[in-house]
Design a protein around this ligand. Structure first.
Ligand code: KG4
Ligand code: ZN
Length: 355
């Protein structure tokens, strides 16, 4: 995406962040505070469409777009009221421009562009995954680049070397299903309701260790790419050949979660070794998984790296991470021309550095 220099310095006013790439409408207000970005977070609101899509067993794009239309402006009003601000107090507007569902993205992009135009402030389209990978900066003791980021969401499983903000090199990517997608599909095939990830993780707590064992895909060879679709097939076979009882379902859930977590931990350790970084950032919806968080924290103690996690609400999609990524870029004089453009597919490495 082309960026143009912002003609006047960013005034340090609050930035409105809008997230509508999938099935959550997220809105936040954030004033850019370089040393402690979390302190600049003035308010954040979220509406999840989970109930709307549950009866279909997955996100229905058209329904998602229509619901963003209904919820976005009320959420913007709510976020402003919570922060005690008026629209005229805003210094810029940031919105998710991709990757994501095109109709859903267009709702956020059109609203954001219209508001920025009406208020005479700059607007910037944010890369959804950059939002995720910067989310740990909203916590106390934010990580300083360089670091390695593990991005694990419904659409992505990536290991990214972060030299600075906007300086990203993809070390490993998914060859088929993303980690969150694997959680969701596996949950579905064992009859759990959408969204399966959190439901499967809850069920895994009741599972007995060692009752089942699945392979750790692609860990027996060098490289940092992921492949989770074979694991899903292993679960399908185990499930079909089992008694399909409650305890068995929990046992399989546990073995599946352990296989994913182990695989992610092995690849993270390799990525840290390869890059020489001593900090690991975990982001995206699967970053909410407690077994993964505990395993990475333990690996860090053993290997001498520090693991940084966003709070649970900022692992999954939210407006705060978009406000943050947008505020950083606006503060560095970046914004785009006033046109509504979205990028359903968008290469993270193509972003310009924020320097
Ligand atoms: O980042 P996110 O909210 O949306 C995308 O950008 O995809 O991630 C959603 C994904 C879903 O696949 C969901 O099942 C998964 O994150 N997820 C989890 C957990 N919480 C959310 N997976 C495993 N354990 C969890 N606790
Ligand atoms: Zn996401």
């Amino acid at each position: 995406m082309e960026t143009t220099a912002f003609s006047k310095p960013h005034p340090g006013k609050p930035v409105l962040g809008i997230e509508t790439s999938c099935d959550e409408t997220g809105v936040a207000l954030l004033r850019w505070e370089p040393r402690s970005p979390g302190r600049g977070l003035l308010s954040h609101t979220l509406y999840s469409q989970i109930k709307l899509h549950a009866e279909y067993g997955g996100v229905v794009p058209e329904l998602a777009s229509r619901d963003h239309v209904r919820k976005l402006l009320p959420l913007v009003r709510e976020a402003l009221a919570e922060a005690g601000l008026a629209p005229s107090d805003l210094g810029g507007v940031a919105y998710t421009a991709g990757p994501g569902l095109v109709g859903a993205l267009l709702v956020g992009a059109s609203a954001a562009r219209a508001m920025a135009w009406a208020l005479g402030v700059p607007a910037i389209g944010v890369h959804h995954m950059e939002g995720h990978l910067l989310a740990p900066l909203l916590e106390d003791d934010p990580p300083e680049p360089p670091f390695v980021a593990l991005l694990v969401s419904g659409g992505h499983s990536m290991l990214v070397e972060v030299k600075g903000i906007g300086e990203y090199r993809i070390l490993g990517d998914t060859l088929d299903d993303a980690a969150g997608e694997a959680f969701d599909k596996t949950a579905k095939l064992m009859g759990l309701p959408y969204p399966g990830g959190p439901a499967l993780a809850r069920l895994a707590e009741q599972g007995r260790p060692g009752a089942f064992r699945f392979s750790r895909p692609m860990t027996d060879r060098p490289g940092l790419d992921f492949s989770f679709s074979g694991l899903k097939t292993q679960v399908l076979l185990a499930w079909q050949q089992s008694d399909q009882g409650e305890q068995t379902r929990a046992d399989i859930a546990r073995a599946f979660e352990e296989a994913i977590v182990d695989t992610l931990v092995i690849k993270c350790r390799r990525a840290l070794q390869a890059s020489g970084a001593r900090r690991l950032v975990i982001a995206g919806g699967v970053g909410a998984n407690q077994r993964l968080r505990a395993a990475l924290a333990a690996a860090g103690e053993k290997d001498g790296f520090k693991a940084y996690f966003p709070r649970l609400a900022f692992c999954t999609d939210n407006g705060a991470m978009i406000a943050l990524a947008g505020a950083i870029r606006l503060a560095h004089g970046q914004h785009q021309d006033a046109s509504v453009q979205v990028f359903p597919r968008w290469d993270l490495e193509s972003l310009p550095p924020a320097t």
